[in-house]
Each structure stands twice: as structure tokens, then as C-alpha cells.
Design a binder for this molecule. Sequence first.
Ligand SMILES: [Zn+2]
Length: 436
Amino acid sequence: MNKVYSFASILIFLITSCTQENESAHTLDDIAREYVKTSLLIGQYDADFVDAYYGPDSFKPKENPSESEEFPKELLLQKTSEVKTALTDFIGLSDNQEELDRANYILAQLNAAEERIRIVSGETSDFDLESKQLFGVSAPTYDEAHFMEIIKKLESTLPGKGSLQERFQSLSKRFIIPVSKLDTVMKAAIAEARRQTKEHYPIPASEDFTLEFVGDKAWSGYNWYKGNFSSLIQINTDFPISIERVIDVGSHESYPGHHVYNMLLEENLYEKKGLIETSIYPLFSPQSFIAEGSANYGIELAFPGDQKIEFCKKVLLPLAGLDTTGITEYFHSLEMVSELNYAGNEVARGLLNGTLTEEEGIDYLIKYGFYSPEKAKQRIAFTKKYRSYVINYNYGKDLVKNYIEARGGTSDNPEKRWELFGQLLSKQFLPVNLKP
Ligand SMILES: [Zn+2]
């Protein structure tokens, strides 16, 4: 009797514990689905949150919020907190490294989502803390003396009258693409970048993109990834577009930039491995650091060294009906001006931390970043909208570059560079892991 009783109690215990386990433990796929649904819910209230989504329609919230509805900060934070708790529990129980990496990646994306929810609610941190919470890293700080050093070096490369900034602007104006030729010239640059990329990666045969020219935007170009290996690439024509922007857009927005990054993720993680979280790309997340950094470094892969100059001379400038005189000097000065790119971070830092006014920010961009007054104003508008996102372009590029080159992907070993770059674009990768 006693024996029978204890057998029965063991049985009851086993049944109860199994039931409890089923109720409390979630599979990582379950949690990933909740992460996607939560991100879509945030996107309903923050129009800039979801950059791309190509997962099931059934994951989207059933009801649209009414216009008068306030931003539901507490509700959204409660949702992110629930998914984070499930993830933390999972991490505590799993000993599978691949699963742990996946769980930690989703966790980092959710931490960023929480920071974004706070920002939209009006609770902001200082610039460095914000970028760390959103993108996983804080960018280095540079003072005015740093930019002055670079500017001094530029003096000798840009002879002529007027201030150095004016001399640069007048050289740049010589290479502005006539509006009537923009479509042809852009498509030629994209075709070349696509050809280079296809030589290195087996890109899906059905891949495609649509190119559109738009206006009245805070950004200069945008890739809207639609899923199924298709992108809508929009170029803002509010301001004249110089030849280097054509090269940039050709590769940054498309090959091997955003279009290729999204395709490789869709193919390798979503289709082959069934990782549902890949179907959503929240803009304010560590993923953007990899996306923007790799897209900017990718320009160098598609058009390495002086090849961009040669390509402009032989193909793009003749297509645009422009004289090639001075193009080499222009690209060499652009290389130095690109080192001034971090001036944009300092302006964003100043605006967000309340140490610079907008007017002072515009002056800073003109003086230390070599912006034209009109572009400086656009940059301020971009910074007000996207905030610390600005570090993704320059610091992201630098960390991606260092990561690839430290592993042998140097300019004299282009095959290795493409290989490492392709690997980076095909996995869940956190910015903190780019650091040496
Ligand atoms: Zn971009």
C-alpha cells in the first residue's frame, strides 16, 4: 500500500512538474515570435521604428490606434519586459552556444527598443548613453583642434581663392549631375556595384530593386527592404547631387550595402534557418550599427582605391555630360573631408546634450565638416529626427573596417575582404563584438 501510494505520488509529481514546465518554459522560437509582435506593436505608435518587415501578416496588431491615443509607454515597456524575462529565463537554462547567441542578440534588440520607447515618451539620456542603449556602443569624442589638424592638411590640396570651405564647395559644384541625367548615371553606378558584388556572392536570381527620386526628406537616400530579395531605393533630390553621392548610393543603398545585407539575412537566417526575428528590422537597434557601418565600408569594396576615380572618368562623368578635369583632386580632397565626418557627431552630441544651439550647430558643420549652408540645415533636421543614429555611419564604418582588416581582409587581399564582409552580413552580430 505504502509502495503503491508513493508510486502514485511520484506519478502525480511528474505530471504536475511536466505541466508546470510546459507553462513556464518557452522555446526560443516562441520568444522570437513575441519579440517580432512586440516590435510591430511599437511600430504602430512610432512610425520610424520598423525599418523593414516581411514576416507573417498575422503578427501585425489587429487594431490601429486612434489618432488621439497617447503614446502607451507603460504598456509597451511591459511587453518588452515580458519578452526580456522569457529570454533571461531561457539564457539561464540553455547551454547551447548557438541558441545563447541568438537569445542575446534578441535581448540587445529589445534593450534598444526600451530606450527608443523612453525617447519617444520624452525621457532622454545624454548622447553617449543614448547611443550605447540603442546601438550598443558610444562613439569617440573629438574636439575642434582635431578637425583643425585635418583642415590644415587640406589647405595644400585645394589651391584657389576664398576660404578653404568655399574652394571645396566650388570644386564640388563642378561635378553636380544634371537632374535630367540622374536616373541614367545612378543606374550605371548601381549596375557596376552589382556586377562587382555578384562576382563574389551567390545573390538570389530573383533579386531586384526599384529606384525612385523623391523630395522633402530629412535623409539623402533610403533603402526600404520589402522582403523577397527586393528593395525600394529612394534618392532625395532636394539638393544637387554630386558625383561621389552617385557612387555612395550605388553601393551604400544597394550593392553590397543595405540591399545585399538584407538579402543575405533573409536568405541565410530567415529562409534557411527559419529565424523569425530576422523578418523585422527595428531601425533604432544594434542592427543599424552593422547595417550603416557595413554599407559605408562596402563602398570601398565595390569601388576600391582609385577605381572609383577611373569609373567616374570613363563611365559616369561622360554619361552625365560633365568634364573630367579635376576629378582626381576632387576625390583626394573628399578622402580628407571624410575624416571631418565626425564633426557631425559632435554637433549631434551638442544638440542632444544642450550645449549647442541649432545655429551654432550649422556654423560648426560649415566650419569643421565642410557642409554647404543648405546641407548643414538638412543635417540639423536629420539629427533632430534620428539623434544619436548618426554614429552608425562613421563609427560603424570604422569598426567594420578594423574588424575586417584585423582578420586579413586588407586592400591587398580583396578576396579575403569580400569573404569576411559576406560572413559579417550573413549573421546576427552585435556591435560590441566588432571591438578589438
Ligand atoms: Zn544607410
